[in-house]
Design a protein around this ligand. Sequence first.
Ligand code: GLC
Ligand code: CA
Length: 544
Amino acid sequence: MTAQKTPWWKQAVIYQIYPRSFCDSNGDGIGDIPGIISKLDYLKTLGIDAIWLSPVFRSPQDDNGYDIADYRDIDPIFGTLEGMDELIREARERGIRIIMDLVLNHSSDEHRWFREAKKSRDNPYHDYYIWRDGDGVTPPNDLKAGFGGSAWEWVPELGQYYFHQFSVKQPDLNWDNPKLREELYDMINWWADRGIGGFRLDVVDHLGKDPDRGIMKCAPTLHPYVREMSQAAFRRDDLVTVGEAWSADIEQAKLYSNPDGSELSMVFQFEHMKIDQIPGKEKWDMVPIDFVELKKIFTRWQRALYGKGWNSLFWENHDLPRSVSRFADDGRYRVESAKMLAILLHGMQGTPYVYQGEELGMTNYAFRVEDCRDIEILNMVRERRAKGWSEEQILDAIYRKGRDNARTPMQWDDSQNAGFTTGEPWLLVNPNYTEINAADQVGREDSVFSCYRELIRLRKEYTVFLDGEYEPLLEDDKRIFAYRRSNGEGSLLVVANFSGETIKNPLLAEERGSRLLVGSYAATDEDPSVLRPYEAKMLLSQNR
Ligand code: GLC
Ligand code: CA
């Protein structure tokens, strides 16, 4: 092997856009591609390298686009294919690549393949999906679908059930069919030809499955399929590929992100996101966060993937609640909390992701059930009501874990609807937009936005962010999260106070000759060895 140069995505920061909630250009209340184009300069100011675009393909929007009816077209609510090409071009001109969200585990039931597949058992597309014979009374087995009910749906005309791991409108594709796989690889190449910078693979761990044995993901076929896809579609044009894998443990992650490039660039795993969930139960079944355990999880991943794989670094995405509300303080210390979370994460090894609005410190919202739009929430409400949960319990679960928290429209300014739309927004705007919005933060030194911008800049300036080795500090401390990263160039110390109290921090007193790169408070001449509520500091000492 020749000496490899560092792939661009190892020093990149990726920004996730959830298109329907980002910016609406035509007043129909739904964010769209022209809206995104109008905000590219904002993203350039932030300094990000790539945009992960949640799905904009043609879709009946049963799961907000994660149900694709045509992989080669753009949904009219978002724009046109020409508009997409323009977005790719306009982004490139600003040094930003576009990462498409590929939902390959399932299609929409309105996809032409599925409409054909349903016509007869000998239709050429029938085997693109997973069917089992039956009687319409008892499904083939008791596997449950992610968004409620049985994973098997009866089609009387055929006398067969089809398999769906998510909603009934998201039939699973049959990856064991080589023709289907070829067709998907062709489609991926077609997008790469249009200038796409990479792909995020939705629920990649589910591509290999064996429903007859009750196996929904990570079947022995999984990694061979991912390797085949990588060979057929990913080894060109410097593409970045990201595998979303809720089930990935460290061993799995090493396979997905093998540095030999045989599978994907990196894994997007969620172990730290399960910290407030009862193991084996659903996300709504919560336990208080065990802070020491949270630190251990980060440490384990930082160490185990060092030189052996590549991780995504994130606190938020479109499926998760807002991080200030979940992990810190979204009230009095919201600004400091948001910066603290950013500093802590961006000092680690991996590729950081910023989810729209996270760079402003956007928060959760206390939804009423009738204001929720997410299929997962609505299904949970039905199921938990039936189980006897009180309305109070249900509202609390939505507030703490519901996906609509992350999907409220982006808060651009303090005009009506936060400047997101001139029409009626598809999901309500968080009323705190008058206080939390981009217009207020972009030019202000002490804003959450400026802190993110600075972190993004710093990651490109010092190699210690790229390859510094991770050493956890004060591992048993119940309030401080601290670590050091070191390489030949120098050492980075990150300390964060995860509490609302002021604490004396021994680490800082010792740290002579180092320079404060960024902190969650405006620097003052106060005692440097003290950490104020939710204060984080990132210090660098350089070797000569
Ligand atoms: C992924 C997506 C989520 C979607 C699901 C089914 O987890 O992030 O939004 O509902 O897959 O496609
Ligand atoms: Ca629109």
